[in-house]
Design a protein. Sequence first.
Length: 491
Amino acid sequence: RGRQHFHSNFPSSEEIMRRRKWIPAPSRPSYYSSRHSNEDGQDFISTRLPTIVIVGSFLAGLYLGKNDFTRTMAVKFTVLSSEVIQSTWDEILILAGLAVHKECITDDGVENVAFCSISQLMGKLMRERVALRKKMESMEEYGPYYTQIFSDANTKPVVASEQLIKRFNRVKKTDPGSPLFLLTSSSVKRQLIRRILIKHMQAVIREKTVNDLPPPTFTFVTAGDATAAGHGNLFSQSYTAILQDTVENAFASLGIQFVAKNYGMGQYSCGPELSLCMNEVYGLDIDVLMWDFASLQPKYEHLRRTVLWTNRAGMHPTRPILFSFDTFGERFLKIKEFDGITGTGAILMQSEALQRLKLMLPDSNAVLDPEKLPAALRYYHCDGTIEGAIQCEDPMRNFVCDLEDDMLDETEINGGAANPKICRKEKFQTKPQCMDARYQVSWHPGWKDHILKGRLLGHFLINILDDSLFELERLKSVIGSDPKHILAHLE
């Protein structure tokens, strides 16, 4: 449904209504009599058969496969199947646990990645995926809207080829199919996979030799303005903290400690001070460096500052992968030039594509009972606005103003079709932890905006972990299973 939602060229009228109001798709008809139904009246065969197929296919590949690659494919098939078919979570959890064989567990009862095969690592990663999905499908976050929001259509990266750039320049902001994640080149993804595998092989060597050393860390650093810092919210509600909560267990399943550091600062641009003092401000251990300085006033973040920032990032001792949260335009194209010259690759998270995704979320002023919406979507999209804020011509408010009553027609207010105050009231959630939180203004996004951005970034990285394990399987088939040889090859 996610792919059809974004790529259908000839939708029916019912499909258009479902897109606008996010009406759940009709449930499948029951072709069996009531004697095949469970206590809730649901069809037993139609609800259990997909799970039986997944379990059977997994067990056949896992235990009848002649090599580890066949068993890995069985685990991968289970991951993909569970994303497509709604199955019982308890059964999927049991299935994921089967992949973690007793060989991964040492005498002291601790799982050790040094003794895990690829299929067993895939099983551990799948177990964390399922736990994360179960958490996000709760009503505390996204409930039944999880599948539409976090589908492959939203989290799969696309390389910004010359043809794609020409199409973007032609359609500008009117193209609803623009990807959320854009890569400057195909080598960026390979660089990210290589960096993850280096950390994993370091963890394997560590656990085989001296186990009392700290695990290798994968460090994600956010550099940006007040929006990136999370002003107006609790520090734990910023999208950098949400990112850590999303992926830390998935990275830990491969023996890697994920660390997300938030260095966002209000009233600062990316240059020249922060660019020239990058080592002193952000540290010497950076794997991914996030550029988020254009969320408030993108037109005022000059191109020359971005050029200086990208150049200095390419000179950093650890040569980090660059992320940027920005519109598709001249800044991204300039960063793409650096990829071809210095090899400094970058991944763009398109703010325009994210805004379109936000406006497709359920409108709290259009549903019958907004209190029944999941917490992360309740009073988030309100009558065509996000958190009750609109673009305005006030530079003192960073061109983002609260939607006031005097901005609406009298018929809209009296008819109850729009309620700008309810979304502003529910925008921040800092009490009782912080009773006097500052900077809760119109141009600072609330906790629902941060959790959406952090979860999307997390899903992107978890998908990269999947690809990393398949690349590891390929390397083992070529140069052998010695972790020191693999590490030397990667380095």
